[in-house]
Design a protein around this ligand. Structure first.
Ligand SMILES: O=c1nc[nH]c2c1ncn2[C@H]1C[C@H](O)[C@@H](COP(=O)(O)OP(=O)(O)OP(=O)(O)O)O1
Ligand SMILES: [Mg+2]
Length: 197
């Protein structure tokens, strides 16, 4: 089976990638499989900078093609917060604390003003090729309480009006069909043959 390396330690993200890549015949490997000791500090100030940093750091170590994903939630009423700091908004990678902080900061904000979007920037790096990036987004509304138990991160409070579901109420395949990550992967797909040998 063809393999694809995602430079991530987020198991929820890895599941999102599997939902899209496995039907295409790829096995998804993560940092847990290929370089479990690696901890990459996200020093960039944009999704793009952090995605490039993660992809190039791992590609340079492994001498092979690698995809990295830097993503986050931007809430309009909070002027784009938590944005690039989504994973460290309240506690470091504490999804529950991060959602609680977003809900607290939105207390009293009416539904029509609770609009938000997810952004996913993917970077592909590899030997002898310039690093490429693509971006995907997904529009939604932040609920006042959690719904659903699938997915990861802010999924339980991110409601997608067209589906009348939060992302945590969708199967991985359904989420992939409309998510920021799915949209970014679909943009990337046209480049697959060139960087996948
Ligand atoms: O589909 C999503 N559904 C819900 N939440 C999401 C999603 N996509 C990103 N997010 C949130 C989770 C985390 O708070 C931050 C990503 O941070 P980000 O640094 O890109 O990922 P991470 O540190 O968890 O894993 P890693 O850097 O090893 O890939 O945005
Ligand atoms: Mg991270």
């Amino acid at each position: 089976m063809k393999q694809i390396i995602i430079a991530t330690k987020n198991k929820g993200k890895a599941k999102d990638f599997e939902a899209i890549f496995e039907p295409l015949g790829f096995e998804v490997l993560t940092l847990f499989d290929v370089a479990p000791d690696m901890e990459i500090e996200e020093t960039g100030s944009t999704f793009e900078e952090n995605a490039v940093l993660k992809a190039e750091t791992v590609a340079n170590r492994l001498h092979t093609y690698v995809i990295a994903d830097d993503s986050g939630l931007e809430i309009d009423a909070l002027h784009g917060e938590p944005g690039v700091y989504s994973a460290r908004y309240a506690g470091d990678h504490d999804d529950e604390a991060n959602m609680d902080k977003a809900l607290r900061n939105l207390e009293g904000v009416p539904t029509e003003d609770r609009t938000a979007h997810f952004t996913c920037c993917l970077a592909i790096a590899g030997p002898d090729v310039p690093t490429e990036t693509v971006k995907g987004t997904c529009e939604g509304v932040i609920l006042t309480e959690r719904r659903g138990d699938q997915g990861f991160g802010y999924d339980p409070i991110f409601y997608v009006p067209e589906k009348e579901k939060t992302m945590a109420e969708m199967t991985p395949a359904e989420k992939g069909s409309l998510s920021h990550r799915g949209n970014a992967i679909r943009k990337l797909a046209s480049d697959l043959p060139t960087w996948l040998q």
